[in-house]
Unconditional design. Structure first.
Length: 320
């Protein structure tokens, strides 16, 4: 490998590795091509990046949903998974996005503040999860795309203000809207949805939460929550990481004595070591011989075949 790769190039390469979706991969490859030092020593690498870029571009085009399936507002997925923040007006969706990410949504003590979706990235250890703030679920403004966005997300956080005088009407409205579109809470069809009874920090919060949860216990299990509490905020990333059912796999080149690449590849739980090879590089997959794995389930450096199911935290070395 040529010695003089720039910091910008290495950063772009890391972005490529942690990208789970085509548009991100394309963007990262374009950046790699832009930032790679242009000289004889990198000619092969440049050609390789161009090949990968053209393949990823083709795949992006193939995967584009038909225009008619696209909701009116649409947020391109980024990072390890997309989580939609939804719920009635003034329930604290934007406050949650603001407190968990660097996004700067408008937060206001009155309803109907948010009018279009706004994404932000929530860090979890060495990966990032995309949160998307959305306009309220309310009869006055509900549009089909809001529900489509929930259905197409990887998980959802449904917030209610447990102290809102209209809480029961709001809850019934959301349940009816979900029923109409066959949105369920347990992830058995569509993404798993977590219900947060927000603003529990209010003096009446706990009492209101209990009464509300008792009334709707047949429909969902809610968590008492405060978007203003560091402790509660701190639980969200792990909750979502588990819900997304993903694994992080670290790679190193065979025989490389140095440390593994610190940026993991993110794959769905149930992926095989062969899926990892495909994600890293098509040639690697085509010529796959075996792999060695260092991880929780395997002895250090144990040889595995292509059907081995990778686990979160596995370090792999693919031989080809
Ligand atoms: N006490 C308390 N106030 C909160 C909490 N979460 C949000 N708020 C406040 O509730 C108000 C509404 O918050 P937003 O985040 O704007 O609500 P929203 O759900 O985005 O509202 P819309 O955009 O209208 O749907 C703001 O004044 C927030 O500061 C909480 O956990 N506790
Ligand atoms: Mg809002």
């Amino acid at each position: 490998m040529p010695a003089n790769l720039t910091h910008a190039y290495l950063e772009a390469e890391q972005k490529f590795k942690s990208a789970s979706r085509n548009p991100e991969k394309v963007a990262a490859l374009e950046e790699m091509l832009r930032t790679i030092p242009k000289h004889k020593g990198t000619e092969k690498m440049q050609a390789d990046i161009k090949r990968r870029l053209s393949r990823q571009r083709k795949e992006t085009q193939k995967k584009k949903p038909k225009a008619s399936q696209k909701p009116f507002h649409y947020v391109e997925k980024e990072g390890a998974g997309q989580v939609v923040l939804c719920g009635p007006p003034n329930s604290g969706k934007s406050q949650l996005l603001k407190n968990l990410t660097r996004a700067e949504p408008k937060v206001a003590p009155y309803p109907f503040t948010t009018q279009k979706p706004l994404p932000g990235m929530l860090p979890y250890q060495d990966i990032r999860i995309q949160l998307v703030d959305t306009p309220p679920l309310a009869p006055e403004i509900l549009e089909p795309w809001q529900l489509v966005m929930i259905q197409q997300a990887d998980a959802g956080l449904l917030l209610f203000d447990v102290n809102d005088p209209n809480l029961l009407v709001q809850t019934d409205f959301v349940l009816a809207a979900f029923r109409d579109r066959q949105i369920v809470f347990d992830g058995s069809q569509g993404p798993p949805l977590f219900v947060l009874g927000n603003k529990i920090d209010d003096p009446q919060g706990k009492e209101n939460f209990s009464a509300w949860q008792e009334l709707y216990q047949e429909n969902f299990r809610a968590e008492p929550f405060s978007a203003l509490s560091e402790e509660d905020l701190g639980k969200i990333a792990k909750l979502l990481f588990d819900a997304l059912e993903i694994v992080r796999v670290y790679t190193k080149a065979p025989g490389d004595k140095s440390k593994a690449d610190p940026t993991p590849y993110v794959l769905k739980r149930g992926s095989t070591i062969f899926d990892v090879a495909v994600t890293v590089h098509r040639e690697l997959a085509q010529n796959f011989k075996f792999a060695r794995v260092w991880g929780k389930a395997k002895l250090d450096g144990q040889m595995v075949e292509r059907s081995y199911l990778v686990e979160d935290g596995d370090l792999v070395e693919i031989h080809w």
